[in-house]
Write a protein that binds this ligand. Sequence first.
Ligand code: GTP
Length: 240
Amino acid sequence: MDSRYEIKRMAGGGGSANASPALGGQSRRRKMPPRPADYKLQIIIIGSRGVGKTSLMERFTDDTFCEACKSTVGVDFKIKTVELRGKKIRLQIWDTAGQERFNSITSAYYRGAKGIVLVYDITKQETFDDLPKWMKMIDKYASEEAELLLVGNKLDCETDRIVTKQTAERFVSRISGLRFCEASAKDNFNVEECFLKLVDDILAKMPLEIPSRELSNSILSLQPEPDIPPELNPPRMRCC
Ligand SMILES: Nc1nc2c(ncn2[C@@H]2O[C@H](COP(=O)(O)OP(=O)(O)OP(=O)(O)O)[C@@H](O)[C@H]2O)c(=O)[nH]1
């Protein structure tokens, strides 16, 4: 049995208001199981190779940073539960390979995503120049309803910056509904804020006024459990 459901016997010598005479002064406390999530959402992280997609995901989900990570092969994912707008949200975050040769695999994950994080590296012009190509992928494979967030990563490398904030803002202003922020996975700057803003934007579009009895009985999934598309192999785990 799950240890969360165990009834803990509290050894006691009386004095507790909850003590039961039948237990000879011992009281029973039931440890409550965690409240189930109200929503399950998928977020996908895309962008060119080496921009820090994995690093952003790992910073957000585990608060870790890997200096010498291996390049992602195919896709990987992590789970994180957050609370926003009074709701508990289970996020499944898909980290995709930046290498073009994996596009046929990674594109299968766009469709179910409620949020898309498009990343470039502020120190590498080519990763910014690649953005129109990634926008084409989004147009082709993602849901029109998906919320979009552009992240300029590696803000800790300000002295090596090539892509100015103004240049990025000009790009963003031409695309409706695209949000923008700069962050550093390494320094843990603005990472959580960027992800939570994206989730908040997703929630803002959802019908949150669901009768509480529906919420209490089951996990309300506004989209299918984010399964691995059947035609694909399971996500390949990467190590650091
Ligand atoms: N200075 C700095 N380095 C970073 C940052 N984020 C990631 N890196 C480094 O950039 C390199 C690539 O990071 P990854 O997270 O693997 O990049 P990725 O976009 O997932 O790469 P692919 O899987 O190849 O597409 C690694 O050496 C990281 O340590 C950051 O915020 N600042």
